[in-house]
Write a protein that binds this ligand. Sequence first.
Ligand SMILES: C[S@@+](CC[C@H](N)C(=O)[O-])C[C@H]1O[C@@H](n2cnc3c(N)ncnc32)[C@H](O)[C@@H]1O
Length: 240
Amino acid sequence: MGGDQAMSGTLYGLGVGPGDPELLTVKALRLLRAATVVAYPAPESGGSFARSIVAPYLEDGIVEVPIRIPITGGEPGEAVYDRAAAMLGSHLDAGRDVAVLCEGDPFFYGSFMYLFGRLADRYPVEVVPGVSSLMACAAALGAPLSARNDTLLVIPAPLPAGILRVRLAEAEAAAIIKIGRHFEKVRGVLTDLGIVDCARYVERATLDNQRIVPIDAVDPADVPYFSLILVHRRGAAWQP
Ligand SMILES: C[S@@+](CC[C@H](N)C(=O)[O-])C[C@H]1O[C@@H](n2cnc3c(N)ncnc32)[C@H](O)[C@@H]1O
């Protein structure tokens, strides 16, 4: 990937795992400690989840670049990533290595990919995979993601109910991500399909305040962004 500019810094996309700082990989930790500049997504005000995961490991003297992403209910505008790419590009041009933190894995719905899309043709880039929320939630539930030749569907909850219904009708196993304010719609679809009893809800997996709740017990007004639903239509298909 990228750059023939011998003097430029390297862009690292570091997967930092689902929340527990012990789920950072050895490689991500080494590169984090070596980076001069550490960038991370953050809300318009307040702290960054990705930064909080690596907070125990951050060295003094690093340059921190929060990438403030407005919570508009939709996808953040391209301008946010244009500005962030320009800012990180100036550090890379100056020969500084830049580590971009990404919760979970950078290439699994990770916002790092939008910086990668803007910078990878100009600079050396290394992507370090991370432990994804799907794996963390499966482990928390004690329920493998999918068994034997079952198909695993990964589907974002913001999609319209009709699309959720068609795709979930086909899958033996599913992970429904980005739930937040879409919980009620998702619960309705699962109920219509008769699979609500095959679904389980996990929020903030691997954190101290992790919660696993039956779908019927979830308060739709209190569903955080960092939650997902795993569906096992065939039940515990991994058992003998
Ligand atoms: C934009 S995607 C990013 C996924 C991330 N790159 C990964 O590999 O897990 C964000 C979604 O991942 C899920 N998620 C991330 N961390 C989670 C956690 N600790 N517990 C439950 N769900 C989580 C939620 O569904 C959230 O809305």
